[in-house]
Unconditional design. Sequence first.
Length: 68
Amino acid sequence: MPGADDALFDDIERRLRALTTAPLHAPAAMPRRCVDEFADGFLGHAGHSGLTARQLARRWEDPSRGYF
């Protein structure tokens, strides 16, 4: 579907921005589970998966994983 990749990467960018700008000692705008899963999973695999950014993003796009 045209634009699906752009929408996916826009979502990833928003989540990264929220993750990297969330206050450390105040309630964050994103639910903690979402931030934890994203940080532990997506970012943890980014350097060790052997996948391109697009392949990795598509893997994490799968709603059956329950992360996004």
